[in-house]
Design a protein around this ligand. Sequence first.
Ligand code: PLP
Length: 396
Amino acid sequence: MFNQLQPVPTDPILGLMTEYKADTNPKKVDLSVGVYKNEVGNTPVLAAVKKAEEYRFNNEQSKAYLGMAGDVKFNELMTNLLFGESDAVNSGRVKTAQTPGGTGALRVAAEFIARCNPSAKIWVTNPTWANHISIFNAAGLQVEEFPYFDFETMGLKFDQTIEALNKVPSGDIVLLHACCHNPSGMDLNIQQWQTVADIAKKQGFTILVDSAYQGFGHGLNEDAAGLRLLASQVDEMIVCSSCSKNFGLYRDRVGAISILGTSSAKAEVAFSVILNVVRAIYSMPPAHGADIVATILSSKELTALWHTELDEMRTRINGLRSFVVNKFKEKNVPGNFDFIANQNGMFSFLGIDKEYITTLKNDYSIYIVGSSRVSIAGVNDSNADYLAESLAKVLN
Ligand code: PLP
C-alpha cells in the first residue's frame, strides 16, 4: 500500500529551520520562522507562564478527561480577551471551544464550514499564511484569493480588495487576519474594517477572523478592534485564535474557536456541530496550555505580569522595525525600506528577488523565506550590522 506513495516536500519554512540548525557558521541569522526571539535570540518561557505552571503542579487534582470543549474557564476568559465588553457576548451569542493551537481551531472551523455548506469557497488574502490554504483544502473546501498586499507600494491595494469582496456571494467565507497580517505585516485600519463589515452585510458572506497575534501589534484591545467591530454588526462570524505567540505557548498547543450566532439558541446549535467535529478528529484538546492561560487570566497579579511581558515583546518588535530601517540606511542597502517601520507584528516582505535570498543563505548564512518574508524578531544588536552589510553587498 505504501509503495505507491510519492514523497511530499517539507514545509519550506520548517525545512529552512532544519538547515539553519545544521549550519555551523557562527554568524548565521534566522529570519525565517514566526517565533518571537528576545535580544539574545532565545524564545524563553514567560515568567507568568512559569508561575502558573508552578501553581498547576501544586494544585492539579485530576487527569480525567476534560470534554470536547476543553477547559470551560479558559473558554470564558478567551471569549472576553477576544471580544471584550460586548453585547454579542452578554446576550449569549458567542460560544468558544478550546482547540490544539490556532491551527487546530482553523481545522475545526474548516470541517464546521464544510458541514454548513460543502460548496463554500474560502476567500483568503493574497498573500496569506501558506497553511491556511492547506487546512481548508484538507477539509475538501475550495480556496480562492482576493487582492490584498501590493508589492509595488509595499502597502494595501484596498480598492481592489473592495472590488473583489463585492463579488463574493452569500454562503462563502472571507478569512481576515485580526492583526499583524502574516506574511505582509499590513493590517486594515478601523475604517477599512467598517467597509468590509458593510460589504459582508450587503453580500451575505460570513467572515472568519484568524487572531494569532493579539497584543503583538498595538495592544490587546487595539489588536482586537476590527474583530470587535464585526461582532457588534454582523449576524454570524467565526473567530480562530491562538495563544502560541502572545503567551509564548507554541509547543503546548493552545488556541480556541469561537462562534457568533444570530441568537443564543442558534449559537448553541452551531456549537453542538463544532463539538461533534472535535469528537471525530481529536476527541478533546490537551489540558496543560489552556490551564496555564486560564490561571494567568483569572489572577490579577499574573495578568499584570503577563501584560508587562507582552508589552516588552511588542515594544521590542516595534523598536526593531525602526532600528532595521535605520540600519539599512546606515549600511547603504539599496532601496527604500521605510515601509517596514509602518507595518505590524513580526513579519514584513523585503521585496527582493529569490536569487538574492539564495545567495544570502548560501554565502552569508542568512535564512529568509523564498517569498522574502522576514521575521523581524530574529534581528538583534549583535547581528544587525552583519545582516545590513550582507544585504548591501548582495543587492549592490
Ligand atoms: N494563523 C496565523 C496567521 C499564523 O501565523 C499562525 C502561526 O504561525 C497560526 C494561525 C497558528 O498558530 P498555532 O497553530 O501555532 O497556534
